[in-house]
Design a binder for this molecule. Structure first.
Ligand code: AMP
Ligand code: ZN
Length: 420
């Protein structure tokens, strides 16, 4: 039998002070199970104001034993947990008498079996309660959620650094988001986790463990390197000397370096080796992130003095949001603050935002928020033929929806025809 614990978290949204709300508030149930977390959120929304989070339940698949995500194990986990979480939330918030007014669920991208576990449940609830359903783009959730706690205006940039994604995204408005830099292989968190495993760390979130270890075990100075490991940045060879047409991250090479170094060392790693490798690999990975973002800033910057090399795509950007689990790393945050070439590329320094971690790692709150925007602002919803979309490019964000009929819109926004 699978065992899991439910973690609950309640956090408030941001509403303008001293304003009397109109009477109608509607409730939104959101489900997320695209990767290794089963999450359920209940939100409350008053038209024209930011949503408030009523509650959030999470159950996380333990990856320590398997050493990574096995899709079939993740699917079974979500099938086992997601209904249970919704039932518990329903008992607490009386869904029997007051079913939520809008159902949102992650439609993609993600693993097909994991996504489908929540999609099927969401469809069942939407039919049973006669409520509209919105299939949400997981990345739209990541991009819009920091606006709950931060003052971020369009157009803005998001640097997503997590276990599943590493990308720099330009958000022009609610419906237009362009991935400017993506990873050509694995994500930054995945790479750090796997490197840490090779170095002998054990558990979940190994990159977090490695940060702690590095902070407490700086390498000894003035001694020769105890282990051979190449320390050059990826994509800095002669072939990439000037700006390539497509700028990409690449994190697989760090794992290969660690694996090769461990193999060639031919004896178990001692503490000197581990502290040397952990320190340098963590630094190198983050230096690569900074390096690629700086190339993007130069290529798409707005500084007129550099207009022979920039195309001005980032014109108007005043805010950069850094999110995802890896964004919790203090070394990365310090490097982003001190090493990004903002002035040189954009003419002035934008504000860097690091939203609260519980909002920028995978969660169902972000699915509810993006679902609300999809329904209210973009006026799109899903029908019962909706399928999971494991690969869903950001450029196709508005595909696969139907327009929200007026009567459905009014029923949610004004409560006409509902039991509330
Ligand atoms: P997410 O995919 O956004 O849920 O975040 C999970 C990823 O973030 C995993 O790869 C973690 O190891 C990584 N992570 C969490 N905390 C830290 C930290 N303090 N430093 C580096 N990576 C971290
Ligand atoms: Zn995610």
């Amino acid at each position: 039998m699978l065992r899991y614990t439910i973690s609950r978290r309640t956090c408030g949204g941001v509403n303008p002070p001293n304003i009397i709300f109109p009477a109608r508030q509607y409730r939104v149930l959101a489900l997320e199970s695209s990767c290794d977390d089963s999450c359920v959120a209940l939100l409350e929304k008053t038209p024209s104001f930011s949503p408030t989070v009523i509650d959030h339940y999470r159950a996380t698949l333990s990856l320590a034993q398997d050493g990574g995500i096995i899709p079939t194990a993740a699917q079974s986990f979500h099938n086992y947990t997601i209904g249970d979480l919704v039932q518990k939330m329903g008992e607490t918030y009386n869904f029997n008498q007051h079913p939520p007014d809008l159902i949102c669920v992650t439609r993609g991208p993600g693993m097909v079996g994991s996504l489908t576990a929540s999609i099927q449940l969401a469809k069942g609830l939407a039919i049973a309660w006669d409520r509209p359903l919105v299939g949400v783009h997981h990345m739209l959730g990541h991009l819009l959620t920091p606006r709950l706690t931060e003052l971020v205006k369009f157009p803005f940039l998001s640097l997503l650094c997590s276990g599943g994604h590493t990308m720099l995204v330009l958000s022009r408005d609610m419906g237009h988001h362009e991935v400017v830099v993506d990873t050509m292989d694995i994500a930054v968190g995945d790479s750090l986790d796997k490197c840490a495993r090779e170095m002998g760390f054990y558990g979940n979130m190994l990159a977090k463990e490695m940060e702690k270890y590095v902070d407490e075990n700086l390498p000894l100075e003035g001694i020769p390197p105890p282990i051979e490991i190449p320390l050059g940045l990826p994509m800095r060879g002669p072939r990439n000397a000037r700006f390539p047409d497509t700028i990409q991250f690449s994190f697989a090479s760090f794992l290969l370096r660690v694996q090769t170094a461990v193999k060639q060392h031919q004896r178990p790693l001692d503490e000197d080796c581990r502290r040397y490798m952990a320190f340098h690999i963590q630094n190198l990975v983050f230096d690569h992130v900074i390096d690629r973002v700086n190339v993007a800033l130069k290529k798409h910057g707005t500084n007129e003095a550099m207009c022979d090399i920039n195309d001005g795509k980032f014109t108007g950007v005043r805010d950069i949001v850094v999110s995802g689990g890896v964004a919790a790393n203090k070394t990365l945050a310090a490097k982003l603050r001190s090493k990004l070439c903002f002035e040189q590329a954009l003419g002035e320094k934008p504000t860097l935002h690091f939203p609260p971690l519980n909002l920028c790692t995978d969660n169902a709150i972000m699915i509810g928020l993006a679902g609300i925007e999809t329904f209210e602002t973009l006026r799109k919803m899903s029908d019962m033929t909706m399928l999971s979309r494991p690969k869903w490019p950001m450029g196709d964000l508005l595909e696969g929806y139907v327009n929200v009929p007026d009567n459905v819109y009014r029923r949610v926004m004004e409560g006409l025809g509902t039991c509330i």
